[in-house]
Ligand binder design. Sequence first.
Ligand code: GUN
Ligand code: ZN
Length: 424
Amino acid sequence: MQVYRCALLRFLRDGRAVFDQDGLLAVAAVAGKCGRVAAAGPWCELHSRYQGAPVTHWPGRIIAPGFVDLHVHFPQTDVIGSPAAGLLPWLENYTFPHESRFADGNYAASVAQVFLDELLRNGVTTALAFATSHPASVDALMGEAAARRLRLVAGKVLQDRNSPDGVRDETEQSLRDTETLIGRWHGNGRLGYAITPRFAPSCSAAQLRGAGELAARYPDVWIQSHVAENKDEIRWARELFPDARSYLSIYDDFGLMRERAIYAHCIHFDDEDRALMRSTGAAAAVSPTSNLFLGSGFFDYEGADRVGFQYGLASDVGGGTSFSPFHTMLAAYYVGREGQTKPGVSLSPQALWWQHTAGAARALGLEGVIGNLQPGCEADFVVLNPQATPLLARKTAQAGSLDELLFALIVLGDDRVIERTVIA
Ligand code: GUN
Ligand code: ZN
């Protein structure tokens, strides 16, 4: 048993945050297994249970759940900050040419190391990640994640049309490769596999159908894709699938909407789309820095809450501009303020933080497993330094409530706040 004494942030099932100024986190370590939270709460109530256990004391610091990035592209680590008029020219001019390099497994492994180091430096302990269309890119990322004992979910991108040489795959082979990779990686230690159609415009009907068949055969495998991000993209998807009711319903028509299906962006939705998200149990990966950078639009928090579908926060690097969850939470706040007609509960600092931890975990179907520090959770956590910069030290010292403290960290924080990241 390892006991930590420190301020402690965790979440109740309803999303409300609990903060213990003088907290105790007890982690039970079992040889060869993932360490789990045995107890979390006020030091004064719990410490007598752990007499004799070694105590690590971090005065002035805050232990908080590791962040969960619900949508990120590991091969786009070096694509961050590539300017374009919008999504489609950005894909064509920067992203596809760059992703073609990941056919080389050694190159993919070198970028995977940088990517995972960047996640950890920023306090992200779980990500749902796109690789590229090359199976070697999945092997590289999974191998590096396993070496770090990370819980990571990733998949080979499916894109058998409207994609240039170098990234385009072949329908039958892409589905065989996906099944092989599921067998190799899904449930291997802490790793999981996600069936990954890039987006409907890059996939033939046959490829989407095959992906849906795999999703039915492997119900606990994840699904990830993009939807309703950009107006030109939507028009194109509708032209390619004229019988579908909407862009989102293309995925439903091919059996790709269910629990554990995560769709990035979900910006330009109507209420039927929102109801389809809710009824199928799919979730949105809200990617605000990407949506602002590529000029895609603004996720409609009010619409999502009114209809009641699940969502969580994501960096969407490299359309997104930062690996830092603080930057993502702040951008989500800006995006949510756009067009807001009444004070939004979803934009409180506690809610934003929840959307990047326990809420994102719930969207993944991993509530009670990651993204929180309640008993039974896997012990992935960060140690935050609220004095990481002079301005943060002043601002957090003046915080009169938990909301004020969290807001100071969201607005002023970045990787400097993450003093350490502890994995299981
Ligand atoms: N749509 C299809 N591919 C991509 C991608 O790589 N990034 C984003 N943001 N949208 C996409
Ligand atoms: Zn994306």
